[in-house]
Design a protein around this ligand. Structure first.
Ligand SMILES: Cc1ncc(COP(=O)(O)O)c(C=O)c1O
Length: 457
């Protein structure tokens, strides 16, 4: 179990080292951090802390200097981690974030502006997802927090149903943040295999459900290959037992409704599907808002109640919060509201069309490269690919030397491009670079650097 997780020697400590296919048991994974002593001992870089404060402009220009080694995420050379619509949208996102930076969404009684904006953003997203009038949600700080809250809500509901050792059933492709939720909230993660097309296998999921199951999960789309799980069948498993079904639409929650409006065939994935009890949508992805903005929506307010936390078990009075954080900046809430106002319905239609066209162009170009195989038949705006005869990570190393950045993932070992509207002019040069890199690797052979998912040290 988890043979693929190793402790790396440098900055990035979690890396998939030629991962082998595993169906992960979360409770077993909780020890995956490795025994003490295996950590590389690293010096923390000391900040040159000035005795006397420095002029603002000098500090800000040093920031620019520090950032000069970062990837060029606005220039369309990065197919991961960051999203970019256009300069004007970015200006709005930034200015709104700036204005509300130090407001505090912990208590919206003091900031009715945040209450209003949060509620308007959530209700717009609820409309995209065909949530009924009774639906209720919150903004969170990102996909991870939304998924954590989905797990927590299912656990609380399970407790009310008398389930003390809760389990959740999810395909191996569901996002790693569910695993984090399982770890944090003491829910056993039971991973079911996916089919040859990488979509969840509802029969395998149904077979994994027990009397302890409090949650089943589907994704629209899942991250690794960008395919949409069969949500109708997954939700039916939950409906039959009256347990929670969360649809992770962190990636697709903005794109899919607009793709449908653009006339594309989109399988059922939202609250129109009976049995779906909650959904998550990240606005800091294809909503093109500032980082720190996601939405979780529950089918009704009663289910949302399981998400929130309230206590008076201290001397400071009643304390309640909707998510993981206490104090949280109102900046991302304002940014989401402002960008959604700035782009409007026609803006999202336009950006969805642009991102989708760029995805299809990229996919078509990649498919022409010798030995390259695209994984997953119906990706939405994500393209995963591998090579049958050479190491895909070695290809990533070669294009990476030229400033291109895409994710390395597995199993199976493959590369992953998240395509957004900002890639409109760069998919052709990227495909050319990938073709040239593949030729180089084929000629000289060798293995590339393993993938890196996150920084924990
Ligand atoms: C499908 C899916 N769910 C959840 C997440 C987690 O989102 P975040 O990184 O914003 O926490 C991601 C991130 O890429 C994702 O693709």
């Amino acid at each position: 179990m988890n043979a693929g997780i190793t402790w790396g020697p440098t900055d990035v400590v979690i890396s998939w080292n030629r991962p082998t296919p595993v169906v992960t048991d979360c409770l077993a994974q909780q020890t995956a951090a490795g025994p003490p002593g295996e950590h590389p001992v690293r010096q923390t870089r000391a900040m040159p802390f000035p005795a006397a404060g420095r002029p603002a402009d000098e500090v800000l220009s040093e920031l620019d200097h520090i950032a000069s080694a970062d990837v060029d995420w606005k220039g369309g050379r990065v197919f991961s981690l960051a999203y970019f619509a256009d300069d004007e949208t970015y200006r709005v996102a930034r200015a709104a974030n700036d204005r509300f930076l130090s407001t505090n969404a912990l208590n919206v009684a003091a900031f009715p502006s945040l209450r209003r904006m949060q509620s308007e953003v959530v209700s717009t997203v609820a409309g995209w997802l065909n949530a009924g009038d009774g639906a209720a949600g919150f903004m969170t700080t990102g996909g991870t927090e939304s998924l954590l809250m989905a797990v927590k809500a299912a656990r609380e509901r399970g407790r009310e149903m008398g389930i003390d050792e809760p389990e959740m059933v999810l395909p191996v492709s569901a996002h790693a943040a569910f695993e984090k939720g399982a770890h944090y909230f003491g829910v056993r993660s039971v991973r079911a295999p996916v089919g040859d097309d990488f979509r969840a296998d509802p029969e395998a999921m149904a077979a994994a459900v027990t009397d302890r199951t409090v949650l089943v999960v589907g994704s629209a789309p899942q991250y690794p290959q960008g395919v949409i799980d069969p949500i109708t069948d997954i939700a039916a498993i939950a409906a039959e037992r009256d347990i929670n079904c969360h649809v992770d639409a962190c990636m697709g929650g903005v794109t899919l409704p607009y793709l449908r409006r653009l006339g594309e065939e989109v399988p059922p994935f939202d609250f129109a599907v009976p049995g779906v009890t909650s959904m998550s949508v990240d606005l800091h992805k294809y909503g093109y808002t500032a980082k720190g903005a996601s939405v979780i929506i529950h089918r009704d307010a009663e289910r949302r109640r399981h998400q929130t936390f309230v206590t008076d078990n201290w001397t400071g009075g009643t304390y309640g919060s909707s998510g993981v954080l206490g104090t949280k900046s109102g900046g991302p809430i304002a940014s989401a509201w402002a960008v959604m106002q700035h782009l409007g319905d026609d803006g999202y239609l336009r950006l969805t069309r642009t991102a989708r066209d760029a995805t299809l162009r990229l996919r078509g170009l990649l498919e022409r490269i010798d030995g390259l195989r695209v994984l997953g038949a119906t990706p939405v705006t994500l393209v995963a690919f591998t090579f049958d005869d050479i190491d895909p990570f070695a290809v990533a190393d070669v294009v990476g030397a030229d400033g291109w950045y895409c994710d390395r993932q597995g199993p199976p070992a493959s590369l992953h491009c998240t395509v957004h509207a900002g890639h409109v002019d760069t998919v052709e040069p990227f495909a050319e670079a990938a073709a040239a890199a593949a030729a180089v690797v084929r000629e000289r052979g060798g293995q590339g650097t393993d993938g890196a998912y996150a920084t924990v040290d």
